[in-house]
Design a protein around this ligand. Structure first.
Ligand code: 4AD
Ligand code: MG
Length: 476
């Protein structure tokens, strides 16, 4: 018989039909009641086995074992479920030794502990919910852009440029480490490398996306990006996924509207399609919050927070206003900030969080940053000091989006590149977009894991990506 998904059985609530289900045992009570889960949803299916079931078979029905069940779907007499399965036959697909099974040995395994057993963390309620939500969000990303006529452009993962200019590059090379070919001055001769030049894993698909936007008008990328940023924080990964739309003819205001619409759309989509998972995660978070001192607890639960974002426009302020708010803030006066706040600095995460969590209590879009702290491609404002940048800051996370209107004026762009020591000759292919029918355009990058964190309420970014890569950690 063909396998039926547990989610479909629980959803339909129909009874009196024969099915086959397969999955992993979550618990086995009284030698009679199996809670079975196949990952299709958070709900377990109750399988009831006959009292005459063979002893040796019963011994093999342990937590974590995988089984196949043929039986009838019947109305359930027990609490907690409308339907259950009366098993006619059970086959063990994979045994699971209870003496060694990590999820059996720990009563309530911590998130940290589960990170060390990557293959099993998917089988817990929490991570099952997180990764189903992550899936839905990524589907919603494609749906949002597809419905609006954007072209999904696959930008390269191996790149010769450092789009953000931060120098956090992972080198890609086939040269021998111990004895690389050298130039006369002792530097490494990358002409002999695989690509005939120095290459790295991409930090952003933006520059390539800009080329696409100059032909398709609206494009987006959604791919892995890599940064050798040595920061061991709860919101940084060395390998993360980024969504980068790039739109011809858009200015910074269109860009902000697009980002807001986009974020609301994917959150609403997850609320509609993953409600059970989100309710579970909301309860999990509420439990976690109870452990915290009163003053640190968030005022809104997870679902209320998401609804709040759906129903309220983001606050829009300039960098200059943001700095002034921070300077005048009670937190600053009480010397609560670790980093000094003054015009010209890059906002630190403590500043960003003060703005969104304490001052505005909602997501904030900050525009008009000093040009010195932003990338070369951002459009210069008439004041000569700031650029048309926009960062979106979210409660609990900080920066989730970084974007800008791009500098479309060739002379201003090349001037800025030379000020920042970016070799214009190597970037001829990028500058060509400003030479041959260039137009004003704008785009942004949404850190996918950061939005997954926001939607699932997980505080550590390592818990929202299946296989996190962080400094000193690429175990599996
Ligand atoms: O602000 P960033 O560096 O912007 C860019 O890369 C632009 N090229 C985007 C564009 O305009 N097309 O990065 C964008 C977002 C950040 O706001 C953050 O959410 C996420 O990417 N991000 C990270 N997420 C996880 N780990 C890291 N190390 C991240 N660095 C950035
Ligand atoms: Mg940024």
């Amino acid at each position: 018989m063909k396998r039926t998904k547990i989610k479909d059985i629980l959803l339909s609530e129909q009874t009196d039909y024969a099915v086959n289900v397969k999955g992993w045992v979550r618990s086995f009570r009284n030698n009679q009641f199996i809670a079975l889960n196949d990952g299709s949803g958070i709900g377990n299916l109750q399988v009831v086995i006959g009292l005459d079931t063979d002893e040796t078979l019963i011994k093999r029905i342990t937590n974590g074992a995988s089984i196949s069940v043929d039986g009838m779907v019947i109305p359930s007499l027990g609490k907690g479920q409308k339907v259950e399965i009366k098993a006619d036959s059970i086959t063990i697909l994979g045994d699971c030794d209870p003496e060694q099974f990590p999820l059996q040995l720990k009563n309530r395994p911590s998130l940290e502990y589960l990170r060390e057993i990557a293959h099993l963390r998917f089988r817990t309620n929490t991570f099952g919910a997180i990764f189903r939500v992550r899936h839905t969000l990524s589907y919603a990303v494609h749906k949002f852009f597809n419905d609006r006529g954007f072209v999904y452009l696959h930008t390269p993962i191996i790149s010769a440029s450092d789009a953000e200019g931060a120098g956090e590059l992972f080198r890609v090379s086939t040269l021998p480490f111990d004895n690389p070919p050298r130039n006369e001055d002792g530097s490494i001769n990358y002409k002999e490398d695989f690509f005939g030049r120095a290459t790295n894993l991409t930090v952003s698909g933006q520059l390539e996306a800009e080329l696409g936007a100059m032909a398709f008008s609206e494009v987006y990328t959604f791919g892995p990006t890599f940064r050798a940023e040595n920061s061991n924080t709860a919101r940084h990964l060395a390998e993360f996924w980024m969504i980068e739309p790039e739109v011809a003819f858009n200015d910074i205001y269109d860009n902000m509207d697009l980002a807001e619409d986009f974020i609301r759309y994917i959150i609403a989509y997850a609320m509609e399609h993953n409600r059970e998972d989100l309710d579970f995660l909301a309860n999990r978070l509420a439990e976690e919050e109870k452990q915290k001192p009163q003053a640190e607890r968030s005022e809104l639960g997870l679902i209320e927070k998401l609804e709040f974002v759906l129903n309220n426009k983001f606050e829009r302020i300039t960098y200059t206003d943001a700095v002034n708010i921070l300077i005048d803030s009670p937190a600053n006066k009480k010397k609560k900030f670790q980093y000094e706040i003054k015009w010209g600095i890059d906002l630190q995460s403590e500043h960003e969080r003060y703005l969104v969590e304490k001052h505005f209590k909602k997501p904030v879009i900050v525009t008009g940053y000093p040009k010195e702290i932003k990338a070369f491609y951002m459009r210069q404002n008439d004041d000569g000091k700031t650029v048309a940048a926009m960062d979106i800051l979210a409660p609990g996370i900080g920066e989730i989006v970084g974007g800008s209107q791009r500098e479309e004026r060739l002379d201003k762009l090349t001037q800025r590149m030379s000020e920042m020591h970016i070799p214009a000759e190597e970037m001829y292919w990028y500058l060509d977009t400003r030479r041959f029918g260039g137009v004003p355009h704008a785009g942004f990058g949404l850190g996918f894991e950061r939005i997954v964190q926001f939607v699932t309420g997980m505080t550590n970014i390592r818990d929202v990506i299946p296989f996190p890569r962080t400094p000193k950690n690429a175990e599996f």
